[in-house]
Design a protein around this ligand. Structure first.
Ligand code: ATP
Ligand code: LTN
Length: 328
């Protein structure tokens, strides 16, 4: 069985983009792959996080993983910081990476060009930690949204570089993105991706949003003046985004939805999207409330850390031996 691994960085509340682009797919994969999913809490702190809020976001993220259908008996769910080997291999891979290649990472460039105060060194080197997350587990496949593909590319390059220098050690991982929904856009500005760092809060649907609030965000979504439902990401990005959301949640193809809307308007489309989203959120929220205050979260993480630590420790030892760091 091939191994698949992915991580999620809950620096805020989880949203519909995370669900469609990542979470929902993990649930489908858990029967066909040996699946590892982890909460990337070491990645969260590349930017200051208020401690109580971070703790809540982490706990919510695990509860939402489980609520969305991840089953701890079928896959390994763990907290990154419970496995010390991540930080350690992260450092060793930082020492295999070049300043030039890290400076070319789009996410780093975007963040540093904003000229915000306090761009941490962690933001610069975090792709090396991400490479360690992946390479420790010999992951064959890494499901990520479009925005993370470049980081998986770096993990591939580092694996090849290490294998060439020290002999075969790492599996070279493949990134995969879902065909529909790998980049859900903001409802208030469809030129940007739906993101938890949305300042207006209108463009992003959170999985724990009140259903009326979620419906309102969809009915207020920015569209265009064309007046006809087409899937045309360039000229009708807002409508195309709504079509993608609907298709992802109902499994109806975009072509088929567009056909049904030959003689119907935007209002009807928004209504149908809102129904699909609210139905999805209601199911998730119902399960979330059953899980969040139970001891399932703790027992899941304990079991996950045991399994992950065994695999990660073995790989780290192998790396250190090859590099000449370990003496015995
Ligand atoms: P954000 O911009 O909200 O901070 P992120 O990509 O930085 O999101 P995560 O919460 O770790 O951080 O994202 C988890 C997964 O969800 C990743 O695989 C990411 O590519 C995917 N994802 C995030 N936003 C979207 C989106 N708008 N559409 C599709 N997939 C997304
Ligand atoms: N960097 C990712 C989260 C992440 C991840 C990973 C994804 C950390 N480590 C390993 C896949 C594999 C993000 O910001 N979304």
């Amino acid at each position: 069985m091939k191994r698949m691994l992915s991580g999620i960085k809950p620096t805020g509340q989880m949203h519909l983009g995370n669900y469609i682009g990542a979470l929902r797919n993990f649930v489908n994969y858990q029967d066909d792959y040996q699946l590892f999913v982890f909460i990337a809490n070491l990645h969260c702190v590349t930017v200051y996080q208020q401690p109580a809020q971070l703790r809540k976001n982490l706990k919510d993220a695990i509860a939402l993983y489980l609520a969305c259908g991840l089953d701890p008996d079928k896959c390994t769910i763990f907290l990154q910081s419970d496995v010390f080997a991540h930080a350690q291999l992260g450092w060793l891979l930082t020492c295999q990476s070049y300043m030039g290649e890290l400076s070319r990472m789009t996410q780093f460039k975007e963040k540093s060009q904003k000229k915000e105060d306090g761009i941490t060194a962690g933001i610069f080197t975090y792709p090396c930690l991400m490479a360690a997350d992946i390479l420790l587990y010999d992951a064959d496949i890494v499901p990520v949204g479009q925005d993370q593909k470049q980081h998986v590319e770096l993990a591939r390059n580092l694996a090849e570089r290490f294998n060439n220098r020290y002999s075969d050690t790492f599996i070279v991982p493949e990134p995969v993105s879902p065909k529909v929904g790998s980049r859900i856009m903001s409802l208030s500005d469809p030129s940007k991706k739906m993101s938890k760092s949305d300042e207006t809060n209108k463009g992003c649907i959170y999985l724990l949003d009140d259903l009326n609030v979620a419906r309102k965000k969809i009915t207020s979504a920015v569209t265009d003046m064309v007046g006809k439902v087409n899937y045309d990401k360039i000229n009708q990005p807002g409508i195309s985004n709504l079509l993608e959301i609907l298709s992802a949640l109902t499994n109806e193809s975009i072509d088929s939805i567009v056909n049904r809307y030959q003689d119907k308007g935007y209002g009807q489309l928004k209504g149908e999207v809102a129904d699909a989203v609210c139905q999805c959120l209601a199911t998730i929220q119902d399960k979330y409330h059953q899980i969040v205050d139970s001891d399932i979260i703790e027992s899941t993480l304990k079991k996950g850390a045991e399994v992950a630590n065994k695999i990660a420790y073995k790989k780290l030892k192998k790396v250190q031996k090859k590099m000449g760091i370990d003496i015995f």
